[in-house]
Design a protein around this ligand. Structure first.
Ligand code: PLP
Length: 402
């Protein structure tokens, strides 16, 4: 006889807490006020508030459409040429190092996933040191891979600066083999990047203590420049025998939804690197079998063609210049926002309480994450003055100081 005992099924799952940034987008979308400003979004916007497809990418897609003759499988490595063409851009002088192997992934997230899983396979006792705050997705990705997380202090929101001494003290507690997650450039959510001298100090500590650096670089070229933004990462490659890198092209090529990224690892020897990469490919097979082709193929076409590459570099320059310009504009508006000019990339964290964030939402139709994180490019040019006025009014209003 069949048992009638209730067995939990997929219909009995508990509700999930909604993702706060997605919930924020829904709230902003539902706001009927025409002057609303949404600085919660995580994508680049131009002066008109649009996220356009880059000219070079559009042209590459046209060529792909005309010339691609098959959509047959590419296998777990994806587009090999794509990962090769990225090497000099990312690795600089280390591009020829045969101990470094790379593979195409579905975005930077796919690369982070592979790296965390690989660490777990190689050393189940390794803990992951993550800065506070960090990009919120780091936490579920690392926990999902089964890693134990240890937080290190990174940023003082009130002072608008990096808590460098505390960061070093915390990393000084890490055990040999523990992993240190660092943002290569354009720190998300704070915009506060380590200076070159701070990178050198962290690199020394990581190398001396036998820690494994994992560099997440999702905004190369949007901070100070392609080479400058990779300086910290390349310093780690020079100093350490083992390094992990999660790279994303989704921002610097503007191909967000096409999911374009790569994972690189450096091992002690070339054969060890090949073996580790075989493990990575097995992990990829278990997760997504093979990465999506379209975006990586478009990036490959851009990088292979001298004219398209030059056009991409010019567009990247203009994105970076616009970011710096808007940062200057925000910083000049009020001395309490001056720190924004010294930061890089799309994000900054304003020294606002949760009540002040809510006040901005209700009174001024300005939408930002509860943490005070803003995308400095979330608004069109015409909205910048209004945004600043709303933030300054909120900072000045004693009723919002709760
Ligand atoms: N790492 C950081 C710090 C990010 O901000 C992002 C995206 O917002 C990513 C990685 C992953 O990017 P994607 O998976 O969209 O390529």
């Amino acid at each position: 006889m069949l048992s009638t005992t209730a067995v939990p099924g997929i219909s009995d799952l508990p509700p999930m807490q909604s993702d706060s940034l997605l919930a924020l987008i829904a709230l902003a979308d539902a706001d009927p006020r025409p002057e609303k400003i949404d600085v919660g979004v995580g994508v680049y916007r131009d002066g008109q508030g649009r996220t356009p497809i880059l000219r070079a990418v559009k042209e590459a897609e046209r060529r792909l459409w005309e010339q691609q003759e098959t959509k047959s499988y590419l296998g777990s490595v994806g587009d090999k040429r794509f990962a090769e063409l990225l090497r000099p851009i990312l690795l600089g002088d280390h591009a020829g190092d045969e101990r470094i192997a790379g593979v195409q992934t579905p975005g930077g997230c796919g690369a982070l996933f592979l790296g965390f899983k690989l660490v777990r396979s190689a050393n189940p006792d390794a803990r992951l040191f993550v800065g506070t705050p960090t990009w919120p997705n780091h936490v579920p990705l690392a926990r999902g891979a089964g890693l134990e997380l240890v937080e290190y202090p990174y940023y003082d929101r009130e002072a608008g600066e990096i808590r460098f001494d505390e960061m070093l003290a915390s990393l000084g507690e890490a055990r040999r083999g523990d992993v240190v997650l660092l943002h290569g450039c354009c720190h998300n959510p704070t915009g506060a990047d380590l200076t070159d001298a701070q990178w050198d100090e962290v690199t020394r500590l990581v190398a001396e203590r036998g820690l494994l650096p994992f560099i997440d670089i999702a905004y190369q070229g949007l901070g100070r420049g392609l080479d400058e933004d990779a300086r910290g990462l390349r310093g780690m490659l020079a100093a350490c025998d083992e390094v992990l890198i999660a790279q994303s092209c989704d921002k610097n090529f503007g191909v967000y939804r096409d999911r374009v990224g790569a994972f690189y690892l450096k091992a002690k020897r070339r054969e060890a690197s090949a073996t580790a990469m075989a493990h990575v490919l097995q992990l990829a097979r278990e997760a997504w079998s093979m990465p999506p082709d379209h975006g990586a193929a478009a990036v490959r076409i851009v990088l292979e063609d001298e004219g398209l590459r030059a056009d991409w570099l010019a567009e990247l320059d203009s994105m970076r210049e616009r970011i710096a310009r808007v940062r200057e504009q925000l910083a000049a508006a009020d001395e309490r926002l001056a720190f924004i000019a010294d930061q890089y990339g799309m994000f900054s964290m304003l020294p606002l309480s949760r009540d002040q964030v809510l006040h901005l939402r209700e009174r001024h139709a300005v939408y930002m994450a509860d943490s005070g994180r803003i995308n400095v490019l979330g608004m069109a040019d015409e909205a910048v003055d209004r945004f600043v006025a709303a933030v300054v009014e909120t900072l000045n209003d004693p009723a919002t100081h709760g």
